[in-house]
Ligand binder design. Structure first.
Ligand code: SME
Length: 161
């Protein structure tokens, strides 16, 4: 049965993402520093959505290293193929995890996180340069609507890496 919360949430999200994209384009306009850009993108997402944790991890050698974020303190480094973030990096694709406890190897930075989405970001050469990681306190909070919208948003960051 359709979760009664899911449908209106999804509809709302389309409208919210539609309003957010021009704002992010404006924030990134003529900005060349990836950290400054990621910082404002996390804040813009935070001002738009009630997600628990929103942040970036950058690829640095064989690890993901914590970048700009909004939310509680988080783990600083994640290995290639580890957790949801390291798996999204390894598989080079967006991962939507409806129940973090059911994801083998999930790294629990906050006990409140119930579901998660991770979107990889490519550099100009097509290599994964970073991931956007978002956690929700609600189970099954992310759909392909969020996935597609966040992929479009992350594509705006590609020229900065
Ligand atoms: N849960 C992530 C770790 C990062 S925190 O959620 C901020 C993972 O399994 O990769």
């Amino acid at each position: 049965m359709q979760d009664p919360i899911t449908l209106p949430r999804t509809k709302d999200r389309v409208a919210l993402f539609t309003a957010l994209m021009p704002q992010v384009r404006e924030l990134l306009h003529e900005e060349h520093d990836p950290v400054a850009a990621m910082a404002n993108v996390t804040a813009a997402l935070r001002q738009t959505f009630d997600w628990h944790w929103i942040g970036f991890y950058r690829v640095m050698g064989a690890e993901l290293v914590l970048g700009p974020f909004q939310g509680p303190v988080a783990c600083t480094r994640i290995g290639f193929g580890k957790g949801v973030c390291g798996t999204a990096w390894k598989e080079e694709r967006t991962l939507i995890v409806p129940d973090v406890e059911a994801f083998p190897g999930h790294i629990a930075c906050s006990p409140l996180s119930r579901s998660e989405i991770v979107v990889p970001i490519r550099d100009s050469d097509g290599r994964i340069a970073a991931v956007l990681d978002i956690d929700s306190i609600h189970a099954d909070d992310f759909s392909t609507v969020d996935g597609h919208a966040l992929e479009l948003l992350c594509e705006l960051l590609q020229p900065l890496f």
